[in-house]
Design a binder for this molecule. Structure first.
Ligand SMILES: [Zn+2]
Length: 307
């Protein structure tokens, strides 16, 4: 008996030492001053100076001239499994405020305090604003990304993206909705990493269900089908290679929010922006080519949100 239990203990010891390093969990609660914000009528914690010699008044006098630092919500995929995602996001120079695992638990991890900047978007741009990290909350979603397969006409990159299980999307939706409501984030500022960095990023990819999030939870921006159907027959097929038409399309993409140079040619940077747009709004065909459907969706979005 004794020998048996010793063996069992030894096995457990070996197993735990082989397991990948898990980040340490911080249990200490850091207390800020909690006050009632007289504008919003809600309890809020205030981070403020703590001085030896002087007393900072504990009465709360909120100014009228203030707004939220957070203006954007950016969604990502990790392209790693649960353990590796957690490991990389807590031990390297990349981070996000939240991590949504794809296990069958109801857990979501907070990795960076919402009042702090997490390093998730890198060099980024949306609608005249650079460095989106300064003014955003970033959510990383555990997903394998894509694998490289056959190159076809409708899939010229040969990238085949992985889908998201519904139980994970439900978690993302609940979290996103809560953040959007608290910071009153504009629907057009709920974005994919690929929207704010189209030249170098694809995540969360075309399998991320933006339409479902809009329809079922009121999250983010989406076009009206009625508008799209009005624009569809107006697509100028005979002008598709015209300098002026291409420049107008580039201006329209920029008007909606994307960073793009108005070169008047279907160059590589334009193709990547169109692809990012398709990942978000036209996932059935992500080839970076502006067809009637993509154009009509872009016009419908501008009509609804940018006029
Ligand atoms: Zn990303």
């Amino acid at each position: 008996m004794k020998f048996k239990s010793l063996c069992a203990l030894l096995t457990i010891f070996i197993l735990t030492s082989c397991a990948s390093r898990q980040p340490k969990i911080i249990k200490k609660i850091i207390r800020d001053t909690v006050v009632i914000n007289k504008i919003t009528d809600k309890y809020e914690s205030v981070r403020m100076a703590n001085l030896d010699k002087y007393k900072i008044s504990s009465s709360h006098y909120p100014a009228v001239g203030q707004d939220e630092r957070v203006r954007f919500l950016v969604l990502h995929y990790t392209a790693l499994d649960n353990d590796r995602s957690l490991n990389v996001l807590t031990s390297q120079q990349v981070s996000a405020h939240y991590l949504v695992p794809n296990d069958f638990t109801d857990s979501i991890y907070i990795l960076v305090d919402e009042t702090k900047r997490s390093w998730h978007a890198g060099q980024s741009y949306w609608k005249g604003i650079n460095n989106i990290n300064f003014s955003s909350i970033g959510i990383e979603i555990v997903n394998d990304g894509y694998y490289e397969g056959e190159i076809t006409e409708s899939n010229p990159t040969g990238w085949y993206f992985y889908g998201y299980p519904n139980m994970q999307i439900k978690k993302v939706a609940a979290l996103a909705k809560n953040i959007i409501d608290r910071y009153k984030i504009d629907p057009v500022n709920v974005l994919a990493h690929s929207d704010v960095a189209p030249q170098r990023k694809q995540d969360p990819g075309p399998k991320f269900p933006w339409k479902q999030l809009y329809q079922d939870y009121g999250i983010g921006a989406w076009y009206e089908d009625a508008h799209k159907n009005i624009y569809l027959p107006k697509f100028p097929y005979d002008q598709i290679e015209d300098f002026e038409f291409i420049q107008t399309v580039q201006s329209d993409l920029n008007k909606y929010g994307y960073e793009i140079q108005k070169t008047g040619v279907w160059d590589d940077q334009t193709k990547k922006v169109i692809m990012a747009f398709q990942y978000h709004f036209r996932p059935e065909r992500c080839d970076g080519v502006l067809d009637a459907e993509t154009w009509a969706i872009l016009q419908s979005l501008i009509l609804k949100y940018r006029n």
